[in-house]
Design a protein around this ligand. Structure first.
Ligand code: CAA
Length: 383
């Protein structure tokens, strides 16, 4: 794995950081309090190219490799994880599977809008009764002539109330993973209900929703991939999504490091800068090592994707380590800031609240450990 950045990667990192430092960082605390970003940021993110990373130019994307993608997600995570989630779900979880599993017509219909941020997508997998046990989801799609009729519910869906299209996973066959199919459902289809979930601990700037499908009717052309292939599509999407979450967590850790270094070199206690105390340097060293370790695990998974090699276990390792490390880093950062770390004048409390969900969504730390354990032993500990 070559760890030196090429000119394009260096250029994108600078472009991304300059843009986010001007257009996101100054507003993130207010968006967090208001429980919504200013949605005018979404098309601006599109213009910079965040939504088009790794989507080929023929579908309106920027092209680009997976390391550049990780750089983009890291910069977004450092700036505001709520904003990263909007991009990551629309382009990462949905856009990329349309690219890998969609028909040419589906690609032409959805990808250009997703790639420039004018179309927002959401990923409808999780249900009230099936979070980790995604293969047992209950939402049903029934064939009716040339159409499919969807009935059921989804929960904790990022972008749910803002999205134009939802990738819905629904049961078209018998029980278990093999009975699941995937559908691209426009959210303005009659019977498609959505309600925003308020009062989240973190990621408050993004719209997280409950969805309901009450006789939602879509044509056969809405089916993504083959009938019964939906669970594999979801897993394929999540494998890459986990790399994106890991990269976002690297951004959180990096943001914590920069915040603590800034603060501790400026603030004085007992007549000396905080940075001159051994216990503060102990915290900074732990955060710094976690940033490097998480970044390297993430880039290893990205490098495997780029080379077309299996990467699922490496994605699980990166996501598991980086998300737990982001919680550790934010916790240490608050400790280093003392009381100032507990109020939103400084970003570290927001890093903590945003980091906390990273060990839950796109597969909990426990699910990642079981996937890693299964890969190491060849024995499945899932029921
Ligand atoms: N890629 C392709 N196919 C895969 C796969 C992968 N990564 N993983 C499994 N499959 C295939 C298997 O090969 C198997 O097919 P065959 O029988 O033909 O071999 C089939 O799928 C079933 O696989 P498993 O037996 O492994 O399935 P399982 O029911 O035991 O469960 C699980 C697997 C790992 C627990 C899975 O359910 C899982 O990952 N759960 C976590 C769900 C999750 O991450 N949810 C996140 C919600 S989305 C979100 O958070 C988005 C958001 O808005 C932020």
């Amino acid at each position: 794995m070559d760890l030196s950045f090429n000119e394009e990667q260096v250029g994108f990192k600078k472009l991304a950081r300059d843009f986010l430092d001007k257009e996101v960082v100054p507003f993130r605390a207010a968006w967090d309090r208001a429980e919504s970003v200013d949605t005018a940021i979404i098309p601006k993110l599109g213009q910079i190219g965040f939504f088009g990373l790794t989507i080929p130019e023929e579908y309106g994307g920027l092209g680009g490799d997976y390391i550049t993608y990780c750089i983009g997600m890291e910069e977004l995570g450092r700036a505001d994880s709520a904003v990263r989630g909007i991009v990551s779900v629309s382009m990462g979880l949905v856009g990329k599977v349309i690219l890998s599993h969609g028909t040419e017509e589906q690609k032409q219909q959805w990808l250009p809008g997703i790639a420039d941020g004018t179309t927002l997508a959401c990923f409808g997998l999780t249900e009230p009764d099936t979070g980790s046990d995604a293969g047992n989801l209950k939402t049903r799609a029934t064939r009716d002539g040339d159409d499919w009729i969807l009935n059921g519910n989804k929960i904790f869906i990022t972008n749910g109330t803002w999205a134009d299209v939802c990738l819905v996973f629904a049961r078209t066959g018998g029980p278990g993973p093999k009975g699941v199919s995937a559908f691209l459902v426009p959210t303005d289809t009659p019977g498609f209900g959505r309600t925003e979930i308020h009062g989240k601990l973190g990621l408050r700037g993004q719209a997280t929703a409950e969805l309901s499908f009450d006789g939602v009717t879509v044509p056969a052309s809405a089916l993504l991939g083959a009938e019964g292939e939906g669970f594999k599509i979801a897993m394929h999407s999540l494998d890459k999504g986990r790399v994106s979450v890991a990269a976002g967590c690297v951004g959180i850790i990096q943001g914590c490091l920069e915040a603590v270094v800034d603060y501790s070199t400026q603030r004085r206690q007992f007549g000396r800068p905080l940075a001159s105390f051994q216990m503060i340097q102990d915290m900074i060293a732990d955060i710094s090592v976690d940033a490097d370790a998480a970044r390297l695990l993430t880039w290893r998974a990205a490098d495997l994707i780029e080379r077309g090699e299996p990467f699922g276990t490496e994605a699980s390792k990166a996501k598991y380590f980086a998300s737990e490390a982001a919680v550790r880093a934010a916790n240490l950062a608050i400790q280093a800031f003392g009381g100032y770390g507990y109020v939103d004048e400084y970003p570290v409390q927001k890093y903590m609240r945003d980091a906390r969900v990273m060990t839950l969504y796109e597969g909990t730390s426990q699910i990642q450990k079981l996937l890693i354990g299964r890969a190491e032993t060849g024995v499945s500990a899932f029921l």
